[in-house]
Design a protein around this ligand. Structure first.
Ligand code: FAD
Length: 522
């Protein structure tokens, strides 16, 4: 498939750059763009033959499948930090807004679609759960407050003691505190699969930030995830950046305690070459443990800190089944889309729920004419190191998924043109994410803020951007990490102040209540 960027195409990289970035996930691509825009000479190195990491696609029999990510909150809304950033980078690809934002299917056969408008959403909840109407008002008042305080604290590193009473809370604790209706409690956490962890281990503050961000717009990229990642690569090249594809960084060079370059393996398998490239700064968008354990010489590691990081819990891996279909009516798929639960207990997210995503509802061009795509996502609770028969594991989970699809959409199996699945091992193989984790470390209260690995400070001139570092996992936090790394490199910590303006735009698009709160919080 023709890509809109060139890459170095067999030409050797220069012997030195101002900055080298390891990994072309969204964290690496955004950081590369921001540094190149400041006229730094930047080399972006990617071990895979596609850019995007978890935001890439692959093609089979005319169907184009998103490898992982499909919800891109905020990115099509230029009034938000991240949406505005994309405009500033000259991105034009475009976004398709989702409405409803999500759809939940419950064990009793009922379902609930979440409208993209917050007032409609709340009104719909009040009608369906009149006995919890007051509790709903109280709950969402807290969610709104926490949303803004969370933005300040986690995205802007702005200390605020008003968050103290919420910071340690999990989603589960807050739902149990406010509500007694089990169905409502499940409904308000039914999308928890996107955190890669159960609600009893997911931060209420982070969840509130994502929950409300959906009402500022949740988007799918026009042309699919690869179109977004490819355009970021294209813009980077237009800003004079260099991209080295299919090249594995083996070592980060350190001299006198300061990162000063990389060793990277390039070329086809039969003629690999090792290049040493000097760099003023090195940014790793790759897995954190991989970076520290395999790319740094042991004497430059901080063994005590590495030991602490190894105690952190990664998010669950997400098993995916990608299916190309023919002759399935759009309405059948629209109805089946969303999270399916066979338990009322949202903590059973890794065992009793799965999600159906139908990208062709938003972008029909992902399938041949008349066709559709279904992507099923299912968290798996596995002990990665102990799986000794990956094909058997894959077959068992795929069987579970296909049986359920047939139950939800009778006759489904006869409409399948192509079907393939990806396990945790597949995720690891393509992206090198530790144990195929979905979003880096779990976003649990004890693994956020200062307890999450920082973007710098381990080795001078070595930075981390992506979901293994602060502020957290998922597209928005990953972009924020890349912005912070770029700003820290360019201008030191004082650059963080600029985010304040962008955040006031956030508040401006919310209610009066939120605006007032935002002003107070600052
Ligand atoms: C199934 C699934 C669904 C998801 N859905 C959503 C969603 O809908 N919305 C959302 O917001 N988030 C979602 N997420 C999470 C989100 O995709 C990630 O948090 C985010 O994409 C991570 O971006 P990143 O840049 O940190 O890392 P990655 O995407 O992992 O990119 C890291 C890159 O580094 C490269 N690399 C690694 N080591 C080296 C090396 N030694 N040399 C060169 N290159 C190297 C890798 O090949 C990769 O390209 C999902 C995740 C999964 C797995």
């Amino acid at each position: 498939m023709k890509r809109p960027f060139k890459g170095l195409r067999g030409n050797p990289p220069d012997s030195s750059y101002d900055a080298v970035i390891i990994g072309a996930g969204i964290g690496g691509l955004i950081c590369a763009n921001l540094l190149a825009r400041e006229r730094l000479r930047v080399l972006l190195v990617e071990q895979h033959y596609m850019v995007g990491g978890y935001c890439s696609t692959f093609r089979r029999k005319g169907y184009t499948f998103d490898a992982a990510t499909h919800f891109y909150p905020l990115l099509g809304n230029a009034a938000t930090i991240t949406g505005r950033l994309l405009c500033d980078l000259g991105m034009t690809n475009g976004w398709i807004k989702m409405d409803p934002v999500d759809h939940f299917h419950f064990p009793d056969g009922s379902s609930f679609a979440v409208p993209a408008n917050f007032d409609l959403y709340l009104a719909k909840l009040q009608v369906e759960f009149p006995h919890e109407a007051m509790a709903l008002d109280q709950f969402f008042a807290v969610v709104r407050e926490v949303y803004l305080l969370g933005l300040l604290y986690y995205f802007r590193w702005h200390e605020t003691d008003r968050l103290d009473q919420y910071r340690e809370l999990t989603v589960r604790e807050v739902l149990d505190h406010h509500f007694s209706d089990e169905k409502l409690k499940l409904l308000l956490a039914a999308d928890c699969g996107h955190w890669g962890s159960p609600p009893s281990r997911t931060s209420f503050v982070f969840d509130s930030m994502l929950r409300l961000s959906y009402f500022l717009g949740n988007y799918y990229p026009r042309g699919g995830s690869q179109a977004f990642a490819d355009e970021l690569a294209q813009r980077f090249e237009e800003a004079s950046g260099a991209i080295l594809m299919s090249s594995m960084v083996r070592r980060i060079m350190v001299r006198k305690g300061s990162a000063c370059g990389i060793e990277v393996e390039t070329g086809p398998a039969h003629a690999r070459r090792l290049h040493s490239i000097k760099a003023g700064v090195v940014v790793s968008n790759a897995d954190l443990l991989l970076t520290l354990e395999r790319m740094l010489e042991p004497e430059h590691d901080a063994p005590d800190r590495l030991a602490v990081f190894k105690q952190l819990r990664p998010t669950h891996p997400c098993f995916l089944t990608h299916i190309g279909l023919k002759d399935v009516p759009t309405e059948v798929l629209r109805e089946a889309a969303g999270y399916h639960w066979s338990s009322w207990d949202s903590d059973q997210v890794a065992t009793r729920s799965f999600k159906v995503f139908v990208p062709t509802l938003y972008e029909p061009a992902m399938a041949p004419p008349g066709g559709h795509i279904v992507i099923v996502q299912k968290l798996t609770d596995i002990d990665y190191d102990r799986v000794d028969d990956w094909p058997a594991h894959k077959a068992a989970v795929e069987q579970y998924i296909m049986t359920n699809l047939e139950r939800v959409m009778p006759g489904f199996n006869e409409r399948v043109v192509v079907c393939l699945s990806a396990s945790a091992l597949t995720s690891y193989s393509f992206t090198l994410n530790h144990h195929g984790a979905m979003l880096g470390w779990e976003m649990s209260p004890d693994q956020l803020g200062a307890n999450r690995p920082a973007i710098n400070g381990l080795v001078k001139n070595l930075y981390f951007a992506g979901h293994w570092t602060q502020p957290g996992g998922g597209i928005t936090p990953v972009i924020v990490s890349a912005m912070q790394v770029a700003k820290t490199i360019i201008a030191g910590d004082s650059a963080r102040v600029e985010l304040t303006d962008a955040m006031s735009n956030h508040a401006a698009t919310l209610s009066d209540f939120a605006r007032r709160l935002y002003a107070e919080a600052l």
